[in-house]
Write a new protein. Structure first.
Length: 230
């Protein structure tokens, strides 16, 4: 595909197995007037391709305000150093995952799993607490701390033209002691996502799920796979 996939008004998928390197988690670009935010940036090797796709919908150094890292795994953050080199965005992550990003720890970032090297990057805006808000033009990006997959996992959501878009990157896990995963915390996080009543879910590996009922069903399906007591 030579162009990014538009999933909503001013919202585009710019990385993922059908667009870029198969090791990339899906990454999303949000526009509002002259400002842009990227939610995750892929594993790293396909940075030039992600840049090309982003530029097709207006990505440039003046417009890119935020890169939000939904958690510290390399398939989501591998190109951060490239973007920092070529742009001047604010790098946003939760404080619980920021040390792994800043130290490029090969275990907690899963870089060792992927056989890739990761360059340390400074998280310039460390989120704390459960809910944080970022202003992107006239759009409010809400960052919700959703620990479980990793301690600092977060989701982003926004409301646009009557629909709620939820960027919930690794709802499905996986869960591993090397990532400091916590199934009990994850279940609580997933219940919080159900309360959001999102109309569109942009997931990191399963793509885009549309419809409030379908989004809730997707989340509940994974909750059912890891019931209480596991």
């Amino acid at each position: 595909m030579s162009t990014p996939l538009e999933i909503g008004p001013g919202i585009y998928m710019v990385a993922g197995p059908d667009l870029t390197d198969p090791r990339d988690a899906m990454a999303y670009l949000v526009q509002d007037k002259d400002q842009l935010a990227l939610i995750d940036v892929g594993a790293g090797p396909s940075y030039p391709r992600i840049l090309e796709l982003g530029q097709a919908v207006g990505l440039n150094a003046e417009r890119l305000v935020y890169i939000i890292a939904t958690h510290a795994h390399i398939d989501h953050i591998g190109a951060l150093a490239d973007f920092v080199r070529d742009f001047s965005p604010t790098i946003v992550a939760h404080q619980e995952d920021a040390p792994a990003i800043e130290q490029a720890d090969p275990t907690s970032t899963a870089a060792r799993w992927y056989g890739l090297d990761l360059t340390p990057v400074t998280v310039t805006h460390k989120l704390t607490g459960r809910i944080n808000h970022l202003d992107l033009g006239q759009t409010e990006l809400v960052c919700l701390h959703t620990p479980g997959h990793t301690p600092g996992s977060l989701v982003v959501y926004l409301d646009r033209q009557g629909s709620r878009y939820l960027f919930g990157q690794d709802i499905h896990g996986p869960f591993d002691p090397a990532f400091k995963s916590d199934l009990k915390a994850w279940r609580e996080s997933m219940r919080a996502l159900l309360d959001l009543k999102a109309d569109v879910l942009a997931e990191g590996h399963y793509g885009v799920i549309r419809g409030r009922k379908e989004v809730a069903g997707f989340i509940r399906n994974f909750l059912n796979q890891f019931p209480e007591g596991d």
